[in-house]
Design a protein around this ligand. Sequence first.
Ligand code: ATP
Length: 225
Amino acid sequence: MSESAFGLVGIYGGTFDPVHFGHLRIAEELVEILQLSELRFLPAGQPRLRHQPLASPSHRSLMLREAIRDNDKFLLDDREVNRVGESYSVESLHELKNEFQGKQIALCFILGMDAFLKLPGWYQWRELFELCHLVVVNRPGHVTAIDQKGLPPELRIECLHRWTDNAKKLQTLSSGYVFTAATTLLDISATAIRGCIAKGKSARYLLPDPVLDYIRVHHIYREGK
Ligand code: ATP
């Protein structure tokens, strides 16, 4: 790395209700592809734009802790679950940027394509481009990053000159690129996992065993809960 290059830190936001192998595999691949020094999972407290999570913030955060226990690049950042009121990614990114001030670090905010498509509805979404790079991963059943015709017009225009698939470019600026990578497509969703558990069906091999044990012990996602 040249003296002026930025080190990259991944920030992976989501409800993680519960965390599953779709999240974890993508995180693992992005650590390698982007040479991230660390990747922080940032569970949302009360998301503004979607249904409320079934599991409490503390359960979602503890399930994540179980899932990432043996990976020394993965960290849990529970600032949003500890925040009273709604979660705004832009606020967390402001805080993180301040915390890394003086360290020559660029933040890489990771989003699945389904979440990226909804970006124009996020609070102060354009400010994200001043705070971090966006890393968009494809997700089965959604348009791919290459198929930009499928993006909402304001998002397509905002991103027009920001796209890159060159990981090295992210080290040259502190924010503003939209990076896409060919990560493994895994058609796993928390919705499907919650559905299996509610019906008493097996969710094994869709998420780590310690998370499944946690769900069993705490009776989460069972019908009538
Ligand atoms: P739900 O089914 O409850 O909506 P989810 O499986 O989408 O949950 P989230 O916690 O909402 O999980 O996702 C956090 C982030 O991870 C989002 O940006 C989402 O797009 C992305 N993501 C989740 N699962 C996958 C997957 N299988 N492949 C790619 N991206 C994913």
